[in-house]
Design a protein. Structure first.
Lengths: 182, 187
């Protein structure tokens, strides 16, 4: 009876040690994988200014023009998932989500964005979506997606809803790009 | 031993599979967007600044009253665009004679009608009838951020009326030209 009991304890201990080893290995592997995928970069300009001239309204009675746009490459975004290997440079699937985080904004002002080009790549990558203006919301929405390393993807912004009926002041928001591994 | 290793490998594969299935946030970046909306105050008279003329017809029969019904004009409209800073409360439109004199024995009255048109915002309120003078007087008050739209039939219609107040002072050979200015001013 005692011998059987002792064997059971030994067996349980072995299973426990094996279980702990498994967990430790899993944690090590998952951490390594996470570290690998976290070595990414998105490079873009830090600010965009829509400065509306006082003389843009030339005739009393008129409102501001309905649309203001930036240059076609106001922001360029580059994506590189490290480490550099064929999988990451060419085949790794990713997507860009976009949202805005208002600092001092007016609900009548609608901010939109689109991708105006395909950027530069030395690999057989793909790039899909984002080529028509989409309104940037305060929650994440899919912008475009692709594979591999691509640099200098040009982005253009547009605002509508600017009017003399809203207070004359500086409005600020922050556009947040989120690179997701798909 | 083989079973344990097999279990371990299966676990690892499962974990890897799980990690690949779940989309991960790899990186984020921010771009600040600034929009600067300027203060604007614009006013003009539509359809043009051309003068308006009042001709007082002589009576044909002695003892008749001079017909002043034709001494009104409502062909002019005020258009404005007003963009206000949050610290500014509102704006007014004032009118005053800056040149010339109203003919003796007469007065020139003016009223800005209520806003009408295809603009938007907080349009001003008519101050009612005023008698024009060389002093600045409000004809529209409490204009907020607003635009009237452009051209006749947009904004506030101006109605001038020339009234005889003292027949004894009338001089039928008198001709006067007045210049009236309209100003959009902060309160």
């Amino acid at each position: 009876m005692n011998s059987t009991f002792h064997k059971n304890i030994m067996r349980d201990e072995k299973y426990f040690k094996s279980f702990v080893k498994s967990i430790a290995l899993l944690i090590f592997l998952s951490t390594s994988i996470a570290l690998c995928y976290s070595q990414t970069t998105i490079n873009s300009g830090s600010s965009v200014n829509f400065t509306i001239s006082e003389t843009i309204i030339s005739e009393a009675g008129n409102d501001f023009p309905p649309v203001f746009s930036t240059s076609a490459n106001e922001t360029v975004i580059s994506i590189a998932i490290l480490p550099e290997n064929v999988q990451n440079t060419t085949y790794e699937n990713w997507s860009i989500d976009i949202k805005k985080s208002d600092i001092d904004w007016h609900n009548d002002i609608l901010l939109s964005i689109k991708r105006t080009g395909s950027g530069t790549t030395n690999y057989g990558t793909t790039l899909i979506g984002g080529t028509v203006y989409q309104q940037i919301q305060n929650t994440d929405n899919s912008f475009f997606n692709g594979t591999g390393w691509i640099t200098d993807i040009p982005l253009q912004y547009q605002i509508t809803g600017i009017s003399v009926t809203i207070p004359a002041k500086l409005y600020s928001t922050e556009v947040v790009f989120t690179l997701m591994d798909n | 031993m083989i079973k344990k290793n097999t279990l371990l490998i299966v676990n690892c594969i499962f974990l890897l599979f799980f990690i690949k299935l779940k989309a991960q946030v790899l990186d984020t970046d921010q771009v600040s967007i600034d929009v600067s909306v300027p203060e604007i105050a614009l006013i003009d008279i539509e359809p043009s600044n051309e003068q308006i003329t009042f001709n007082i017809a002589a009576v044909s029969n002695a003892g008749e009253k001079i017909d002043v019904s034709s001494l009104t004009n409502n062909t002019k409209w005020i258009n404005y665009t007003s963009s206000l800073a949050p610290t500014s409360s509102s704006r007014n439109v004032s009118a005053q004679i800056i040149s010339g004199n109203v003919p003796s024995g007469m007065e020139l009255k003016l009223i800005a009608g209520s806003y009408t048109g295809t603009g938007a915002g907080t349009h001003g309120t008519s101050s009612g009838v005023i008698t024009l003078s060389t002093s600045s007087q409000n004809i529209i008050t409490n204009i907020g951020g607003a635009y009237t739209d452009n051209g006749s039939s947009n904004g506030h219609q101006l109605t001038y009326s020339l009234n005889i107040i003292n027949y004894s002072l009338l001089d039928f050979e008198d001709t006067d030209t007045l210049i009236i200015t309209f100003t959009l001013i902060d309160n």
